[in-house]
Design a protein around this ligand. Structure first.
Ligand code: ATP
Length: 489
């Protein structure tokens, strides 16, 4: 192991830990060894390559300072500290953190294992760090962007499930990045080298759906002039992403269920039973449970696909990410302007808008605004009239920009958030279903409660019922969680 000139803290139980350090040196995964006082004792070659580039190795330094720039352990800085948990329980702990790296902030999947001495006392920890490649915490030109708690939570769920073969169900409004998240599941899985095949289930008739999915033999129906390979076959060895799964016609749902349960299918007009080999990721913006209750979605199929649901937050529930997303999208553009800037008044308006079209809408708003910003600075006047105005006017009075029907804005066909109409409260998602029960424990977990409220559309009484609480208790829980009455309708 490389050593610094500075004296390091003496490794606890010297020979044992020294042997461990030597053993980890050539592991392909970046690893560090920590003592129980949060100090980094050693870092293996993979860590030095990925995280050590261009900077002094942090041996002897505190992990919270190196990874987060904090002056105290993560749990005292409001974050989950895997070391604290592993110390308490003596068992491994895993968490998704945003770490400082030589390339800037990055999502890092951290797994911490306690090392015990002969008496069973925890004397050191091994931390394995895996940088998440499918999402970025800084404004890069591609892929998923985000670092808000709601985003990180969804990404952490992706990291958890990716390595298994469980089907994944992505639930989110249109434009929340369901396809990008599906791709992230694929890329983090051991099928990453295989194909990623997208099937848009909306608007396909039953016949078309079947031949698209399973393929057909020559002459299977009028117009079937040759043999066609289906998407299930194309996805062999990879991931099949069924987008808008809630729109699959009932008759086709039976065939999908058969495919998923038996792992086999037949081409339309064919007799041969073929073996399928894919990982299923499905997505929908529909309240599937409600559709099951209405008899529009088969319950057996629902249970098959809903083994691991991941709720993707609407953009209004993660406003902290708007600036990052905006910067990322502006970098992606290829106009004659090399650099684009977002003026504070424009950012304030973007942050105040309700974003019914989510990230897609944000991207489109910026693409249009860029066409009007001749000097490379996007100002509020380049945004659609009314966008975010109702909310932005009050809190950011220092930077108001009158619209006065300016040409760019006036030309914009604004579908939502019309001028003057108060924007939707960030904590309320108008598209969410009523009548669902919250998962057990939601009312006791401030973060989960916040998320549930963000996705709930209904009265306060309905909200209380969904949480299994009386309205009075709901008030108390909201106060304890720091969510005042404005959060619900
Ligand atoms: N977190 C994100 N970071 C960067 N880009 C994003 C993010 N989320 C969504 N996008 C972008 O927004 C657009 C819409 O994303 P995507 O198509 O994945 O959404 P969706 O939920 O599948 O929408 P729909 O249900 O309408 O198909 C795409 O251009 C995508 O690149």
């Amino acid at each position: 192991m490389p050593m610094t000139a500075e004296p390091l803290p003496a490794p606890p139980d010297g020979p044992q830990v020294a042997a461990l350090i030597a053993y980890l040196e050539h592991d392909a995964q970046p690893m560090i060894v920590l003592d129980t006082g949060y100090r980094i004792l050693a870092a293996n070659a993979a860590y030095r390559r990925q995280f050590g580039e261009g900077r002094r190795l942090p041996l002897g330094d505190f992990c919270y300072r190196v990874s987060h720039g904090y002056d105290r352990p993560c749990d005292q800085a409001g974050e989950h500290c895997p070391m604290r948990k592993a110390q308490e329980t003596g068992t491994p702990d895993r968490v998704l953190h945003i770490h400082h790296t030589p390339r800037g902030p990055a999502h890092v999947d951290v797994e911490l294992r306690p090392i015990a001495d002969a008496q069973g006392r925890v004397v050191a920890f091994v931390e394995r760090l895996a940088t998440v490649r499918s999402a970025s915490a800084r404004a890069t030109g591609e892929g998923l962007l985000g670092r808000s708690p709601a985003f990180v939570e969804a990404l952490a769920a992706v990291q958890r499930v990716a390595g298994s073969s469980l089907p994944v169900l992505l639930l989110g409004e249109s434009g929340t990045g369901k396809e990008l998240f599906a791709r992230a599941v694929h890329e983090a899985s051991d099928r990453a080298d295989g194909p990623f095949v997208v099937v848009d289930c909306s608007g396909l008739t039953e016949t078309l759906f079947e031949s698209e999915l399973f393929g057909h033999e020559k002459g299977a129906f009028t117009g079937a002039l040759g043999r066609k390979t289906g998407l299930v076959e194309t996805a062999h060895g990879g991931t099949l992403f069924l987008d808008e799964m809630g729109d699959v016609p009932l008759a086709m749902q039976v065939k999908l269920l058969r495919l998923i349960e038996s792992g086999t299918y037949r081409r339309v007009g064919g007799v041969e039973t073929r073996k399928a080999d894919f990982r299923l990721v499905a997505a929908t913006h529909q309240p599937l449970e409600q559709r099951v209750a209405e008899g529009r979605f088969r319950q057996d199929l629902y249970y098959r696909i809903a083994a691991f649901p991941i709720v993707l937050p609407p953009l209004r529930a993660r406003r902290e990410d708007i600036a990052l997303l905006a910067e990322g999208f502006l970098r992606r553009g290829r106009g004659f302007q090399e650099r684009w800037e977002l003026a504070p008044d424009a950012l304030a308006r973007l942050q105040a808008h309700a974003w019914p079209g989510n990230v897609r809408e944000l991207r489109n708003v910026l693409e249009r605004a860029r066409l009007f910003a001749d000097d490379g600075v996007i100002r509020a006047e380049h945004l659609p009239p009314g966008l975010g105005r109702a909310r932005a006017a009050t809190p950011v009075a220092a930077t108001p920009v009158p619209f006065a029907g300016s040409a760019p804005g006036a030309a914009w066909p604004l579908a939502a958030d019309p001028a003057g109409e108060p924007a939707v409260d960030p904590a309320v998602d108008p598209a969410a279903p009523v009548g669902r029960r919250a998962p057990p424990g939601t009312a006791h977990d401030p973060q989960a409660l916040r998320r549930w409220i963000a996705a709930f559309d209904g009265t306060r009484r309905e909200l209380a019922a969904s949480l299994g609480l009386s309205e009075r208790t709901l008030y108390r829980r909201l106060r304890e969680a720091g969510l005042d009455g404005r959060a619900t309708g």
